[in-house]
Design a protein around this ligand. Structure first.
Ligand code: NAP
Length: 289
């Protein structure tokens, strides 16, 4: 399926390379041109001048940008030129409302839309093993599924437009809890003077084992928070969760509130572009004099 990728950051670049391996990648565009040029150079995909240039040449247009406003800006440009019958798939993490607005805008010119946020980190994007949570029309997903299977190991149609993003919000709240649990537990182990590499290895094999411990446990202990999921993006996601709760008074989100406050503290200290495991900075035991 002739696919164009818009947004070639940590996630989008991995997805583009896997689409290429499966024979689907046709063209790329990125706001910072050098990133798109690098992918075009590696794959032979066409390097487009703008989203509006890319759209009419593609049957599937995959978005992976940062925030709600960025998605709507890209959709505005794509809607102006995309061919009727083409499909826009948004893999960014944004609100359900944004998904509905994007779908409405594109429907006016006969372009279909699926909200398909993903989970599995940059490693999952690189390996093509992401979990994809889709919202939209099953018939549209059936048309796009062949190409999407090159970036995701699992695709679940959760429900109508916006349901994929609501499911991703569930995922992001859980990730906040896992981050809190892992950073707090490792700080305790370090304060006890344990060999933390042994601790991570053995705990990972038991009931408390989890993806975050496997992929970030040892890097956070080594004070390496360079790669992965930017803390300011998770802050954005948790803010979306809070906004989606607006008007509902039957659920509280104390863990989200605590995590937002701690992330804000880290962002003020200049750590917003680090991986979310930078939360360990606030938890690790202070050095003993
Ligand atoms: P990233 O590395 O910061 O990349 C962000 C991408 O969005 C870049 O290509 C950036 O272009 C583009 N962008 C931002 N604002 C834009 C705008 N106004 N117009 C056009 N392009 C714009 O972030 P990422 O980690 O790839 O995350 C992308 C999305 O996936 C986010 O919604 C994030 O929440 C979600 N996500 C991330 C992970 C993860 O582990 N990293 C996992 C699942 C989902 P430039 O290159 O010009 O800056």
């Amino acid at each position: 399926m002739k696919t164009g990728v818009i947004g070639l950051g940590a996630m989008g670049s991995g997805m583009a390379l896997n689409l290429h391996k499966a024979g689907h990648l046709h063209g790329v565009w990125n706001r910072t041109r050098s990133k798109a040029a690098a992918i075009a150079g590696k794959t032979g995909a066409i390097l487009y001048e703008s989203p509006a240039d890319l759209a009419p040449d593609c049957e599937l247009i995959l978005l992976c940008v940062s925030r709600d406003a960025d998605v709507l800006e890209m959709v505005e440009q794509v809607a102006a030129t995309a061919g009727s019958g083409s499909i826009v798939v948004d893999t960014s993490t944004v609100s359900s409302n944004t998904a509905v607005l994007a779908a409405e805008k594109l429907a006016k010119t006969g372009v279909a839309f699926l909200d398909c946020p993903v989970s599995g980190g940059v490693e999952g994007a690189r390996k093509g093993t992401l979990a994809m949570m889709a919202g939209g029309d099953p018939a549209v997903l059936a048309r796009a599924e062949g190409a999407l299977m090159s970036i995701a190991a699992n695709i679940t149609l959760v429900g109508t437009t916006g349901s994929g993003q609501a499911c991703k919000a569930v995922n992001q709240i859980m990730c906040a809890g896992v981050n809190q649990a892992v950073t707090e537990a490792l700080a305790f182990g370090e304060a006890m003077g344990l060999d933390m590499h042994k601790v991570v290895d053995v705990v990972a094999k038991g009931a408390a084992g989890n993806w975050f411990l496997d992929h970030r446990g040892k890097t956070m202990l080594a004070d390496d928070n360079d790669t992965g999921f930017k803390l300011n993006l998770h802050h954005k996601d948790l803010t979306i969760c809070k906004a989606m709760m607006g008007g509902l008074d039957n659920v509280t989100l104390p863990l989200v509130d605590t995590t937002l406050r701690q992330y804000e503290q880290l962002m003020e200290q200049g750590y917003g572009d680090e991986d979310i495991s930078a939360l360990y900075r606030l938890k690790r035991p202070a050095p003993v004099d």
